[in-house]
Design a protein around this ligand. Sequence first.
Ligand code: BDR
Ligand code: CA
Length: 311
Amino acid sequence: MRTLIFDTDIGVDDAFALAFAARTQRLLGITTVFGNVAVGQAVKNARLFCEKMQIDVPIYRGCSRPLALTPSEPAKLHGEDGLGDAFVNPYSDIAPGAVQFIIDSVRAQPHEITLVAIGPLTNIASAINQAPDIIPLVKELVIMGGAFGTDGHSGNVTPFAEFNIWKDPHAADQVLSSALNVVVIPLDVTHNVLISSEEVHQLNQPVLSAIVRPFLAYSLQKEGFDGMALHDTLAIAWLCQPEAFRLVQSPLRVITEGIACGQTVRKIGPLASREDPFHHLPTQRIALGVDAALVRNRFLCTLSDRNGSPP
Ligand code: BDR
Ligand code: CA
């Protein structure tokens, strides 16, 4: 069990990941960021979801816009409010600062805190820019984001870019080329771990069943699949079952402009080019393969309170 700061632009799959994390890890705080929704809505969503799921953890408000780009529209597949428009949300969007919380927590517990980032990387980039001393003190940073083209899993916003990276490519480039101890969980693996709508409802989790509707409808309409990719949950699955993942290691960069803006690129072998955009960059771990059955089984058992076989 790890001590986590859970950094999220909380939409539907983020909420599934949070429910899984609350049952398998020690949550120190939830830091919110713009992305699937505006940051104020993310604060409200985190409060609502935690209250409904009886998750007792402090919530912080993070960055409201990308480091350099003009803000883009929130995602629509999570519903207007990001949580499937399932509940009236009475909560305030005011909360203490997320970036300072990350910095203070890592300094207070050096080498103990794992950061899980499942939205744009703006809070993490801001934290390491303001306090570079925390870089070697973070135990691990687990990112759901990026796409490397394995089995045709390239971008989900453009043909090149995955949503979380595309939302703030400058932040992502800073984080992925930093000396943080990073593991990246990209679409290459998250698109391979699917659960059907029937399996979602069989979890017997009324809150999850209520929020998931637009997400399932989008998946059915877009991909012809009556179910969902677990996406953000895979970042928590990495903590629970690292043996389920096949990793490669390489330096990483993110394209920050042009038609491929938001594309994640990794150095593969020696370069024949004159210029080396990876010069002196640390190697990061990237998951390109996953044992989907193992991950699905653990997730379904944990969320349905069963030890052993899923519902
Ligand atoms: C990512 O995009 C978001 O909409 C999801 O919450 C997930 O973090 C998948 O590309
Ligand atoms: Ca997310």
